[in-house]
Design a protein. Sequence first.
Length: 293
Amino acid sequence: MSGPTTRQMSVGAVDLAWADLGAGPPVLMLHGFPDIATTFLPLAGFLGDRGYRCVIPWSRGYWPSTAADYYDIGSLIADALAVMRELDLERPFVVGHDWGADVAYGLAAARPSEITAVVAMATPHESALGPNRLASFDQLRRSFYEWLFQIPEFSDRLLAANDFAFLRRLWQEWSPEWTPPSEHLDAVIESIRRGGTSGPLKYYRAMFDTRLHDPATAELRADARRPIESPTLFIGGDQDGCIDASMAIGAEHAFNGPYEREVLTACGHFPHLEQPETVADLTVDWFTRHASP
């Protein structure tokens, strides 16, 4: 399979870049923090070899996509829908990791007729994560960075200090038994360096600051809270130092459609990078079982 083609499109006031590789049924792949689109290339390689087309955007605020005024979940869902429509992706499968998992859940809840099935990694549905985290001192401690990022200017300076040493340490803490490829982590840091720290951090600030919510996406935000009909597979790692896999317990109540949970052994926060072939096997099996008739 040939390497990815990278292009760029305008979505309102935001320019979104995306990588496109493979041919066949479309898979929309949504990355998280602190990461970029190329995180999915190992997994996309396996999926491409098995007959899927993978479309992977850089999320708003991550260069070469541009920064934006708004970072609410409605705006992120709107970006995903814009990519689908621009590229004529008819009822794609959706793979999301970290923040991308949140967007995948929201997309499935808000527009179930426009996607086929979901694979979400590392971040459980908020209906379980929220209450489980509040009941777990250990998880609250792991989530310290979310509260830290609410402090503008200070957290921006902290993230970039000493050649992004804080960000590098997050990767180490989140997957303690695995070392990311240095060229990928360098590319992540270069993306945030060129695009600025503000965009990636505003994802977290938008959790509490409604000034970062686009009034135009209010309907999508409301729709994203619906029960999810789309078949959804959650994949976590038993060594995830960011979100313990037990935080997904109880998430099944958010799903009216098929839902399953897989926890990979000896795996941290980045299953698609740490065990891409295993994740590909699980993903293809899920897609095959829930393909459109």
